[in-house]
Design a protein. Structure first.
Length: 123
């Protein structure tokens, strides 16, 4: 084997090892994202945020009432949509929406609100 081929094979092995390590880390992250129970403090903090900022338009729990002048979905319905995931909610909360006020959340607040919404998911 010539020196350039040896060099190229070494880089291919390093690249393959890095790719394998990244895939393993992604799978571990996905496992914990779907299987871990969020801390109760985060869920409670998310509920407080929902009461303060979201309840004028959304029903934030199974017993909650919302304004009759809005078509905003209730949080229980959102939590139980098949497409609702932690990532989907975080992306949604970072995006601007014409029918919603422009509420700016910190990463921690966004995580708390997402944990609260996901806690409403029926088994």
């Amino acid at each position: 084997m010539s020196l350039p081929n040896l060099h190229r094979n070494t880089w291919l092995h390093i690249g393959a090892a890095l790719l394998l390590a990244l895939v393993a880390m992604l799978l571990i992250r996905l496992h914990y994202a779907n299987g871990a129970t969020p801390a109760a403090d985060s869920v409670q903090a998310g509920r407080r945020l929902a009461e303060a900022w979201c309840s004028p338009c959304h029903a934030i729990d199974a017993n909650g009432a919302r304004s009759q002048t809005t078509t905003a979905p209730d949080f229980v319905a959102v939590a139980n949509m098949p497409s609702t995931t932690e990532l989907a909610l975080k992306v949604f909360l970072q995006s601007s929406h014409p029918t919603m006020p422009n509420v700016i959340l910190t990463a921690e607040q966004r995580g708390d609100l997402v944990n609260y919404i996901l806690s409403l998911k029926r088994s």
